[in-house]
Write a protein that binds this ligand. Structure first.
Ligand SMILES: C[S@@+](CC[C@H](N)C(=O)[O-])C[C@H]1O[C@@H](n2cnc3c(N)ncnc32)[C@H](O)[C@@H]1O
Length: 308
């Protein structure tokens, strides 16, 4: 057995333990020696010494005169860091906690509970989507429906894709669940986005020529997916287009692993084949359903058109 038994896990486990024991909060407060960290957090001297040395070796801390202070890698843990600048690391620690809950979730199928702080960190992580992916996805949407005037971005979250549609000249309404709309109201207003709060499986606002969503539908059960597709159809003007961006069975390399990850996120999430998506689109009334790879991304474009 080689060293790899701990390499891939140790960073995130160690950071998680440091968050839990208050070590990260102490270090963000200002550089400290291992002795001071041990005294203030109640961890042992040995744990403080080896942990701070290891985190420095990993690039999360820097040492000067026997005191350890945070590098920019830990900025996402600062309470004052804006929600959309938190990066992916704080959310990765929440994901780890979710994985440690897996035995319970697997036995009970229970709904994972997520608190407001976790939502902030989740949105921070979603905002790290790569710019090349954003552009490729929005370009795929424009291939499906050239120059849309009125776009509804369902489950738009931090609004990175919405903002790209705005940059290309569309009026965009970002739709998401109420806590997300409340949390990010200032950011969305600043980005020039209209917002509507609600549940896409219940109803959507109407009057759009493109209804779009990215990375949302795997959280839906098959019934919720059909309800969402029905609502998207109603939300479109005649001649409008619906496009979801998602990982699709038979097309995506990591959809099976992502489905296992979804056990910790959604009570009913589900993956589908291209044929199942096309059938659900036709069931909602869409014509010319298509599922195609979006170049340069791991995602597919799932597209249907509302007859004119
Ligand atoms: C993985 S994030 C994707 C955010 C954004 N679309 C992107 O690709 O960067 C999923 C988003 O869908 C939203 N969402 C999940 N279920 C929803 C529902 N039933 N109605 C509206 N929004 C929903 C979540 O709140 C979250 O903002």
């Amino acid at each position: 057995m080689g060293d790899e038994i701990y390499h891939s896990h140790l960073d995130v486990f160690l950071l998680w333990a440091c968050r839990e024991t208050g070590v990260i909060a102490e270090l963000i407060d200002g550089p400290k020696s291992p002795d001071t960290v041990a005294e203030r957090t109640g961890i042992t001297d040995r744990a403080a010494t080896v942990t701070l040395e290891a985190l420095a070796d990993m690039g999360y801390l820097e040492e000067s005169d026997g005191k350890y202070g945070p590098t920019a890698e830990l900025d996402g843990f600062r309470p004052e860091t804006d929600v959309l600048d938190k990066g992916i690391l704080p959310h990765r620690l929440d994901v780890l906690e979710g994985y440690m809950d897996l035995p319970k979730l697997m036995r009970t199928g229970a709904t994972p509970q997520h608190e407001m702080d976790e939502l902030r960190r989740y949105m921070g992580a979603m905002a790290t989507i790569e710019e090349t992916t954003v552009r490729a996805v929005v370009t795929a949407a424009e291939h499906a429906h050239p120059q849309p005037d009125r776009v509804l971005d369902v489950g738009g979250g931090p609004g990175r894709l919405s903002t790209e549609f705005v940059r290309r000249g569309a009026d965009v309404t970002l739709f998401d669940i109420p806590p997300v709309i409340d949390l990010l109201a200032d950011h969305h207003a600043e980005a020039g986005l209209e917002t509507v709060a609600g549940d896409a499986t219940e109803s959507l606002p109407d009057g759009f020529d493109l209804v779009f969503s990215s990375r949302v539908i795997l959280t839906f059960s098959p019934t919720e997916l059909r309800d969402y597709f029905d609502n998207a159809f109603t939300a479109l003007d005649p001649g409008g287009t619906f496009m979801c961006t998602e990982r699709t069975r038979d097309h995506s390399n990591d959809v099976e692993r992502f489905a296992a990850h979804m056990l910790t996120i959604s009570p009913d999430g589900h993956t589908h084949t291209a044929a199942e998506y096309k059938s659900a689109l036709e069931g909602a009334g869409f014509v010319d359903p298509a599922v195609t790879d979006i170049p340069g991304t791991g995602f597919q474009a799932i597209v249907g058109h509302k007859p004119a």
